[in-house]
Every structure is written in structure tokens, then in C-alpha cells.
Design a protein around this ligand. Structure first.
Ligand code: NAP
Length: 300
């Protein structure tokens, strides 16, 4: 039996482990892929206060080391099922066995929706980015594209227009899901151009993105020479494990209170899997802090 089981080893989960460990609780953290979560895809993090530059993997490693120094047990395993027993404790089924915990912090994150194109995964960090705010500065003065038609894509295009030489916004439809005001601002921005009714078909570049081809509904294609493609197709949270314990919003994000508490006593959510407006490294670590503090208070 552990006091607190943390599911997810991104910045939110690892910060929760640091705080809960420091508060004297026993902590087990389960991570299915690699420590650091999404942040490991950022080849340079330069928006974390007090640390001007750090690689995403380095930051993930440091957070993990700090959590372990605070006593957290780290297990590389997938939690496949979570149940709550009559005495209020939780049972987590993992690939390797069963864990019992008095409280759970779910920090499963959300993944960017990808284009599912050949070569896309290999070019992440080398021209393909899912976070304009994190990576935009690396494309200063260059020609880039943004794909998507929601608020993220339009906000990204506007943000990048201040850094890059040109920004081409590619959207599969003529109508935008984004707020009209954002679309209007982008249309009035000199170095943003719109290519609507097009989808990205092929990515070219060995070590770095060099160009891409687009296709319209009639099957006509064209080539776009860009060194950066910012994919802004929305994110996909994976809250299936906790769906029986708390409400999810229309996009699948977990609803939670100010203290990260859910509809189930003893279950907290932290990081990008939570419904909230800003999903950044700093807000993930803030959630980890809040959730761990609340969970420690719950355990007494
Ligand atoms: P979103 O609103 O779900 O938009 C995703 C966009 O990607 C849509 O335009 C969609 O096209 C397109 N798309 C999805 N799959 C695609 C594919 N396979 N190929 C090509 N295009 C594809 O996602 P979001 O923009 O990330 O926004 C998520 C939430 O955060 C929204 O509630 C949004 O309002 C909020 N948000 C708010 C702000 C703000 O400043 N207020 C900023 C960012 C995000 P279709 O339209 O054709 O489906």
C-alpha cells in the first residue's frame, strides 16, 4: 500500500511526486513511456522561469531524479485499470501486477493530434512542432506554415508572424472553427497568408523539414518551401482510466475543482489532462503542486 499513486511521469506527475515526497508521503509513480512526458519533445525549453535554457529530456531527467531523491518509487509500466474499493482505497492494475493506494493523482497528459504522415515522427524537433509557443523562436526570420483551423492554429499563426518571415496557414476547409476575431486579425497581418481547402500530403527533408506538398479537393497539388510546420489540430486527452470516477468535458478532458480534486474523494487530476485554458510546462507543474498538496491534506 502506497499513500499516493501518481499515474503519468510528465512535469505535472513528477512535480506532484516531489511535493508529496517532501510532505512525507509514500509515493509510487507509474509512467508508460519515458520520464518527462511531452516536454521531452522540446529540444530546447526556454520558457521555464529561472532556467533560461534546458533541453526537454534533460529537464525530464532532472525532475525524475528530484522526485526519486524525495523518495518516490518510479515504475515503468502501464496502468491498465483503476478501481476504488469500499474502504476508499484504489487498486491499480498494471502490466506487472497490482498497486494499492490511499489516493491517486492522475497526470496522464494529452497528446497533440498528428497529421499521421510518413516521416512526421522523425521530423519532430527538426522542423515539425506541435507547440508554437515552445519552438517558435527557433524559426526566427524563416518561412513556416501552421496547419489547422481552430483557435490554436490562428493564435499560433499570429504569434509566429511576430518571429518568422512568412507564415502560411493551411486549413482543410474554407470556414474556420476559430473565433472570427482571431481569423480577422490573422487576415490583416501582412506576413500571414491563407491556403484553405488544402491538406498536407507529403513532407520532404532528411535531417530537417525542407518542403511539403499540399493537395486540394480537386486533387491539384502544390509545393510549399518551409523550414517549419506547426501542427495545431487540437489535442487528444486520454482520460479513459478515470472516466468512471469523474466527469469529462465534451473534448474528453477531466473536470476538476480549484484544488484539482475530482468527483471522487481521493482522486486528483493534474496537467494537460485537466480541463483548463492554458496548457504549458509552468501550468503543469503548478497543477502537480496543487494536486499533491490537496492529496496530502486529504490523507491527513
Ligand atoms: P480545435 O478547435 O479542435 O481545432 C482543430 C482544428 O484542426 C480544426 O480546424 C480541424 O479542422 C483541424 N483538424 C483536425 N484534424 C485534422 C486533420 N487530420 N487534418 C487537417 N485538419 C485537421 O483545436 P484547438 O484549436 O487546439 O482548440 C482546442 C480548444 O482550446 C478549443 O476549445 C479552443 O477554443 C481552445 N483554445 C482557445 C484559445 C484562445 O485563445 N481562446 C487558443 C487555443 C485553444 P475542421 O475545423 O475542419 O474540423
Amino acid at each position: 500500500m502506497t499513500d499516493i499513486l501518481i499515474i503519468g511521469g510528465g512535469p505535472a506527475g513528477l512535480t506532484a511526486a516531489i511535493y508529496a515526497g517532501r510532505a512525507g508521503k509514500t509515493v509510487t509513480l507509474c509512467e508508460k513511456e519515458g520520464m518527462g512526458g511531452q516536454i521531452t519533445h522540446a529540444h530546447l525549453v526556454s520558457n521555464y522561469p529561472g532556467i533560461p535554457e534546458v533541453s526537454g529530456t534533460d529537464l525530464g531527467d532532472r525532475l525524475c531524479a528530484q522526485a526519486m531523491d524525495m523518495g518516490a518509487e518510479v515504475e515503468f509500466t502501464t496502468v491498465t485499470k483503476l478501481t476504488r474499493q469500499e474502504d476508499g482505497t484504489f487498486l491499480a492494475q498494471t502490466e506487472d501486477g497490482t498497486l494499492q493506494a490511499r489516493a491517486v493523482i492522475f497526470a496522464g497528459g494529452a497528446k497533440p493530434r498528428t497529421l499521421s504522415l510518413e516521416g512526421e515522427a522523425q521530423l519532430v524537433g527538426n522542423g515539425i512542432s506541435y507547440c508554437a509557443l515552445c519552438d517558435g523562436a527557433f524559426f526566427s526570420g524563416q518561412d513556416v506554415a501552421v496547419v489547422g483551423g481552430g483557435n490554436s492554429a490562428l493564435s499560433d499563426a499570429l504569434f509566429l508572424s511576430g518571429l518568422c518571415r512568412t507564415v502560411t496557414l493551411i486549413h482543410r476547409r474554407a470556414d474556420f472553427r476559430a473565433e472570427p476575431g482571431l481569423v480577422e486579425r490573422a487576415k490583416q497581418t501582412e506576413n500571414i497568408r491563407f491556403l484553405t481547402g488544402c491538406t498536407v500530403k507529403t513532407l520532404y527533408g532528411e535531417d530537417h523539414l525542407e518542403r511539403l506538398t499540399l493537395e486540394n479537393a480537386e486533387g491539384l497539388s502544390c509545393t510549399l518551401e518551409v523550414s517549419g510546420l506547426f501542427v495545431a489540430l487540437g489535442r487528444v486527452p486520454d482520460c479513459g482510466l478515470i472516466a468512471d470516477f469523474t466527469r469529462l468535458d465534451e473534448n474528453g478532458y477531466a473536470m476538476s475543482a480549484e484544488d484539482c480534486g475530482t468527483d471522487t474523494p481521493g482522486l486528483y487530476v493534474a496537467g494537460d489532462c485537466r480541463r483548463k485554458t492554458v496548457r504549458q510546462l509552468t501550468t503543469a507543474v503548478a497543477d502537480g503542486t496543487v494536486a499533491a498538496t490537496a492529496a496530502c491534506g486529504y490523507l491527513g
